[in-house]
Design a protein around this ligand. Sequence first.
Ligand code: NAI
Length: 266
Amino acid sequence: MNLSILEGKRGIIFGALDEKSIAWQVALAAQKAGAIFTLSNAPVAIRMGSIKQLATQCNTIVIPADATNTEDIKKVFTESIEYLGGKIDFILHAIGMSPNVRKHRPYTELDYEYFHKTLDISALSLHKILQIAWNLDALSSQASIVALTFIAAQRVFPGYGDMSDAKATLESIVRNFGYYYGKKNGTRINSVSQSPTPTTAGSGIDAFLRFYEYAQESSPLGNADAQSCADFCIVLFSDYTRMVTMQNLFHDGGFSQIGMTILPSE
Ligand code: NAI
């Protein structure tokens, strides 16, 4: 896409780790669409990943923040508003991590300390971002927020573990905060339910390859890649979708509507 549909808009993009990250592609697409934005990630991810390279490419700054820490998030908003010169028009929430999944704990043997962490990082962080922005009055009228999610929020994908519960909570926060923000100032909040995508978070799931291949074979369009997900996010940040809010939008090549698929010869 080569449209300047985000010209004049200011954003914050959470979750770019390396060039495989969906957030990385969103940043590149947002720049192409004319937006200015800041980047944020956890301090450890900034050290381990290559987000600084992305910041140079996009001529912007990286603001370190652990997305579970409210003081850190506050800093992201105050510094972003100062750096960008005004209130925020769009936010990408591309944050997810489960210590249970990382440590290969099956769903029937979850560690509850880890489970709390999964929920805090992958779901409550969205609530924290939205609540802090609310209290700081940091969002412009008709801002657009997008959070990334996965179909395991609705259906069972063995191996996705407690991330399924985190995504269900995330989607609920999208709906509920979407109501309050819509009433407050017209801000829109949606989640994008993306195909399995070979990123660090995606590939960290033991069953990832099976998810990927199953969805690839079932979907009439095949799996959506990170670049096409980025294009969809850009449209959602733009004014062309100004009446779309509180939705969970599937960006999955049709996978979510499939009952069964037939072989090419049938
Ligand atoms: P990624 O590994 O590139 O991004 C995940 C990001 O979360 C990383 O940048 C990581 O540093 C950040 N993060 C983890 N803990 C954090 C914390 N405490 N504070 C701040 N940031 C933290 O992987 P990907 O796939 O681009 O993930 C982005 C989003 O897309 C996630 O919400 C993921 O669940 C979602 N998603 C991914 C799919 C996939 O198959 N890769 C499919 C559907 C949704």
